[in-house]
Design a protein around this ligand. Structure first.
Ligand code: CTP
Length: 401
């Protein structure tokens, strides 16, 4: 399965800040995703770490100077500027930011930036007084005017002992911005509501009825929609997945809680995708105390939960704002027939059927093999893909709608 960053040429500019140590892991992650990373260090950066670390991790030589008499490449700044798809400068000191804002080209990194047509991404990292100084603010505003992406620093305790904005952001946020820069922004300004994961229906304080949904498909949909520019709200059942940067996530446990949250957000949404595996039934009684063996209860009375998607399909009939409504169907038998029935009964535009009996699709695996059915009779069988790639294909269809 190919990575979005495969073969992408990323020039990683590193400037003199104590936060450098964090970027060591970033380079590892980029290389793991098959990006071709070349590191350029400013002279100040080399006072903190030697280039050897980055050379070993990136698998490429590290560039430190514009005028190296032993250098085989006669004009490295032009070659590096030309070949890069993305220039990421992290950490970016106040000094480098000032240089870039004023178009100075006195060191290799700033000369490359000036000579490049690549996308440029900057992570300002410095003491918060320096960050809040009007000169830095103005310089950053200038960089934004040039079309550079400035990733806001995080606030918190810094190496200098002060607290405030100026910390290097965490990798998941920067990683998301990098992926975003290579992704068409065709869901920009769309408000998207996604549900994910299982629901847990309590029996007593220690037990519940649940299902094997891992939430991976719903989370992949949320991550990729956000990457494509959408404003995403994720209503998530109990899962073991890391929170997604830039995605508003509402945690729920039961089908009724999910029902409540989804209805709350429904009116604002342009697109709703229900990837959650909602329990159709819940125990009629939730015991206040743990049920004991000696209670000799041998059967559970179940009552139906609301069918959330069905309700949305009804509500859309009177809604003025246009809506794209997408459902999932987990099937073990008669896939297409069952899918068509659900598409119609739930009044959907699109339905993704997954075969839960196949080992490589369905619950708790990283891949999926789905068939997409559309309201107008369309049918598309997708190959075995990662859940992320599957999500991207679903968005392609939604964008067409
Ligand atoms: N769904 C829902 N609320 C429920 C049950 C299902 O919103 N109480 C949604 C799911 O999120 C999914 C779609 O309906 O998008 C289909 O779910 P699925 O479990 O496949 O179908 P069911 O409606 O439960 O039908 P059946 O039990 O006949 O398979």
């Amino acid at each position: 399965m190919s990575s979005l960053l495969a073969e992408k040429k990323i020039l990683f500019g590193i400037t003199g800040s104590i936060a450098i140590y964090k970027t060591v892991d970033w380079i590892r992650s980029l290389v793991k995703e098959e990006a071709q990373v070349k590191v350029v260090m400013t002279e100040a950066a080399t006072r903190f770490v030697t280039g050897l670390t980055f050379a070993a991790l990136s698998g490429n030589r590290v560039y430190e100077s514009m005028f190296d008499p032993l250098d085989q490449e006669l004009i490295p700044h032009i070659n590096l500027a030309r070949e890069a798809d993305l220039i990421l400068i992290a950490p970016a000191t106040a000094q480098t930011i000032a240089r870039l804002a004023h178009g100075l080209a006195e060191d290799l990194l700033s000369a490359i930036v000036l000579a490049s047509r690549a996308k440029i991404m900057i992570c300002p990292t410095m003491n918060s007084q320096m960050y809040n100084h009007p000169a830095t603010k103005q310089n950053l505003a200038t960089l934004k005017k040039y079309g550079y992406t400035v990733i806001e620093p995080e606030s918190g305790l810094m190496a200098c002992g002060e607290e405030g904005p100026g910390r290097l952001p965490e990798w998941p946020m920067v990683h998301k911005k990098i992926l975003e820069s290579f992704t068409p922004q065709d869901l920009r300004d769309k408000s998207i509501l996604i549900t994910a994961g299982p629901t847990h229906e309590p029996i007593d304080p220690v037990r519940f009825l649940g299902n094997r949904s891992s939430g991976k498909m719903g989370y992949a949909l949320a991550a990729t929609a956000s990457r494509r520019g959408a404003d995403v709200t994720l209503v998530s059942g109990p899962v073991n997945l890391a929170p997604l940067p830039g995605v508003k996530t509402i945690q729920v446990k039961t089908a009724r809680e999910m029902h409540h949250e989804v209805l709350n957000c429904f009116n604002d949404a342009d697109i709703v995708i229900k990837a959650a595996a909602v329990a159709d039934f819940r125990p009629e009684i939730e015991a206040d105390q743990k049920i004991k063996k000696s209670d000799s209860a041998t059967s559970l009375n179940l009552i139906p939960n609301p069918d959330i998607l069905f309700e949305l399909g009804q509500l859309r009939k009177t809604r003025k704002k246009p809506l794209v409504l997408v459902g999932f169907a987990a099937e073990s038998d008669n896939h297409l027939e069952e899918g068509r029935r659900k598409l119609k009964e739930k009044n959907l535009d699109l339905l993704a059927i997954n075969d839960i009996m196949a080992a490589d699709s369905g619950f708790d695996v990283d891949t999926n093999r789905i068939t997409l059915l559309s309201r107008n009779g369309g049918e598309e069988e997708l190959p075995l893909l990662s859940k992320e790639e599957t999500a991207m294909r679903i968005w392609d269809q939604v964008v067409k709608l």
